[in-house]
Design a protein around this ligand. Sequence first.
Ligand code: DC
Length: 220
Amino acid sequence: MAIPVLTIDGPSGAGKGTVSRKVAKNLGWNYLDSGSIYRSLAIALLQKNADLTDEDKILEIARTLDLAFECNDELTVRLTGVDITAQLGTEATGNVASIVAAIPEVRQVLLQKQKDFRQLPGLVADGRDMGTVVFPDAEIKVFLTASADERAKRRYKQLIEKGIDANILQITREIEERDCRDRERKTAPLVQAENALYIDSSAMTINDVIAQVLSLVLPR
Ligand code: DC
C-alpha cells in the first residue's frame, strides 16, 4: 500500500508551515517543508556569490547541495554540516528561492530529495506543487490561502515579534511579487490541484485551520 501523503500547497504567508508542522506532529507523520529546500539552495548561492543569471552554475550547486533536516518542534536545517536555520526565513532568502525555483532543471534536480521524505507512517508535505507535481497521487490535498493584505500583516507581526525592523508596504509588495512569480512560471506553477480542498484562512485562527485539516485525515 502506498505511504499516505497529505499535501498542503498555497502562497507564502498563508500559514502552511505552522499548520503542516502541527498536523504532522499530531498524526505522528513526517514533515516536508519543500520551501526550505529551495531556500537552502538560495543560501548556498548567496554564500558563493553566484550569478543568478548563470543557470549552469546554479544547477551545479543544486546538484551538490548537501542538506540534513531535523524536525522536532521546530525544523533545523544543516547545509554541509552548518546550521542555517536562522537564515532560512529572511525575505532575501525567500526572494532568491523564488527566482531560482522558476528554472525547470533546478526543480528536476530537487525533485528526488523531496520524494525521499515519503516514509512510514505518513508524510505532510508543504509547498507550491506538492499535490500537483511531487505527490500527485496523494490521497488528501489542501490548498491553503489568505488575502495578500492578511498575509502581509501576519508576516509583519512575525518579524516585529522577532525584533526585526519591518515595513508593511514593502512586505505587501514583496508578497505580491513573489505570488506573481510563483503563479506565472511555466514549470510547476502555484495552482490548486484539481482534487484539493480550498481553505481561505483570512478570517480563521490557526487552530481552526489545523482542526479542519486534521478532520480530513482522522475520521477514516
Ligand atoms: O514556502 P516558502 O516561502 O518557504 O518558499 C520559498 C520559495 O521557494 C517560494 O517563493 C517558491 C519556491 N518554492 C517552490 O517553487 N516550490 C515549492 N514546492 C516550495 C517553494
